[in-house]
Each structure stands twice: as structure tokens, then as C-alpha cells.
Design a protein around this ligand. Structure first.
Ligand code: 0L1
Ligand code: MG
Length: 263
């Protein structure tokens, strides 16, 4: 169901994208539009995406958000969301992350994959996702909700491109059947101290489930996951707040380390 007209969708898209590009906080948009639905929010997100594409920004992948029980509990929401990944979100392993471009960044450890077949429909299974996966790669997402004090609901988050801002992909990859994704362990260190640990199963019991759910959510708009897509499946750990001067290392079983420093 939709409650917003196209003019309002465009205004909200401009409002949220300006906050992203100029790195300032806004109040959650459902304060002004309390009746807006998840479908309205998704319209706002797709409008932001179209605006970026019209300016020459390339889309290089998709992400699922709020997919782990730890994250849902941390943020007080009960369902996942998704977002797009733009070319300028991608940073190399070992990157110096410019915090002046961000509001209040947090990092989370994720598993990502690249597909080799189209995934479409509302009933995609874990096995179909495994069969459609070309490679699995480690990835660390840097999220940056545009909402003041992280006060939001799932509708506001979906409109805000699910807090997407930057991500770092590790240099190693594996075949989809090289290990069990759900028992893959990760450890996150901040300034040399272990701050988070987890296993793939934290992501909706199996990270492939997250991709199946993305296919289902896209199918509601008659969209699909094309072959060759890069998809971040969602945080295995709760997100960790970072500040200038912090260093982050995420250590993945089978898949090596990802490092970054915040400057
Ligand atoms: O990738 C994520 O799980 C982020 C979802 C949006 C909520 C947040 O900013 O924590
Ligand atoms: Mg994430």
C-alpha cells in the first residue's frame, strides 16, 4: 500500500540524500509522515538511487540490513531492510576512512557473495542461492544512519537506503561449497581489543537466507537479482561505533582479515 504522492517521494529522496552527501543528521521521516508504509519508503530509496544514476553514479551491488538477531535487538526492529551500493561506497582493504564525510559511522562484519545466475521470486530457497553463487567474499560494512541519535523505525531506515555509506571487501574468496557459511566464525578487533564475535548463522540462520529474502523483497516490485550481482548479506555482529583514530581488524575463518583505520 502507498500513501505518498510522487512529489513527496521526490522531496523525501532529496532531503535524505542531501543529509548523506553533506553528512548531517535529520529526524526520522515518519515523524512527519506517520502513515507512510514500507512500500512508500522503498519508493523513496529507489528515487535516491535514480537521482544518483542520473548524475553518473554507478550501482555496484545490493545489501541486506538488520538481518542478524543481534542487530534487530540492538536497533529495536523486527524485520530486515535492503539498500543499494553505489560505486563511491567501495573502499580498498587497508583504507583510511574519512570520518569527516560521515555522521556517526559504525562497522559490522559481513559475508558477501557474487552471483552467477538470476535469482527471482518470492520462494527462492537456500539451495537455489548456493547454486546461484559464484564466490563468497568477506566484507566489512560501514553504516551511517542519517537519523539523529540512531532514532528510527524500519520504514525510515528503508527510505534512508538502510544506512548504507561505505564498505570494504577482503582480498580472498572461496567457492560457495568450500565451507558451511552458517558456522563460519568472525572476530572483530577495535584498537587491538576483541569487541565482537559471531558466526554466519547469526544472519537469519544462514546468510543465503538473507539473499533469498532480498529476492522476495525485490520480487514485490517485479525486480530480480541479476547474474553477476555483488550482495552483502548483513551484519554477523552488532555494529560498533568508530571515531577518528580507531583501527578495525575483522578476522574471518577461511577468508583472511580486513583492516581499516578511521582518520
Ligand atoms: O546494514 C545494516 O544492518 C544497517 C541497517 C540500518 C540500521 C542501522 O543503521 O543500524
Ligand atoms: Mg550491514
Amino acid at each position: 500500500m502507498r500513501t505518498l504522492d510522487q512529489n513527496t517521494v521526490e522531496q523525501l529522496a532529496d532531503h535524505l540524500e542531501k543529509a548523506e552527501l553533506e553528512a548531517y543528521e535529520v529526524t526520522k521521516i515518519t515523524d512527519d509522515y506517520p502513515d507512510m508504509t514500507f512500500t512508500d519508503a522503498t519508493d523513496v530509496q529507489w528515487q535516491i538511487r535514480r537521482n544518483k544514476e542520473a548524475r553518473g553514479v554507478k550501482m555496484i551491488g545490493m545489501k541486506m540490513g538488520l538481518t542478524s538477531w543481534a542487530k534487530m535487538e540492538q536497533m529495536g526492529v523486527e524485520q530486515p531492510c535492503y539498500g543499494f551500493l553505489a560505486d563511491y561506497f567501495s573502499l580498498p582493504d587497508g583504507a583510511e576512512v574519512q570520518t569527516s564525510e560521515l555522521i556517526h559511522p559504525k562497522v559490522e562484519a559481513e559475508l558477501a557473495l557474487v552471483t552467477k545466475k538470476v535469482l527471482k521470486g518470492s520462494n527462492v530457497t537456500i539451495q537455489e542461492v548456493l547454486d546461484a553463487t559464484d564466490i563468497v567474499v568477506p566484507a566489512v560494512e560501514i553504516i551511517d544512519s542519517r537519523y539523529k541519535d540512531f532514532k528510527f523505525d524500519i520504514t525510515s531506515v528503508q527510505a534512508d537506503n538502510s544506512s548504507s555509506t561505505r564498505f570494504v571487501v577482503g582480498s580472498r574468496s572461496a567457492a560457495p561449497d568450500a565451507f558451511d557459511w552458517s558456522t563460519l566464525g568472525v572476530v572483530m578487533l577495535k584498537n587491538g581489543e576483541v569487541v565482537q564475535m559471531g558466526a554466519g548463522a547469526a544472519v537469519l540462520d544462514h546468510p543465503a537466507n538473507s539473499v533469498a529474502m532480498l529476492a522476495k523483497m525485490l520480487d514485490e516490485r517485479d525486480e530480480e537479482i541479476p547474474a553477476g550481482s555483488f550482495i552483502m548479506t548483513g551484519g554477523i555482529t552488532a555494529a560498533v561505533l568508530v571515531e577518528p583514530g580507531d583501527s578495525i581488524v575483522v578476522r574471518y575463518q577461511h577468508l583472511g582479515d580486513i583492516t581499516m583505520t578511521f582518520v
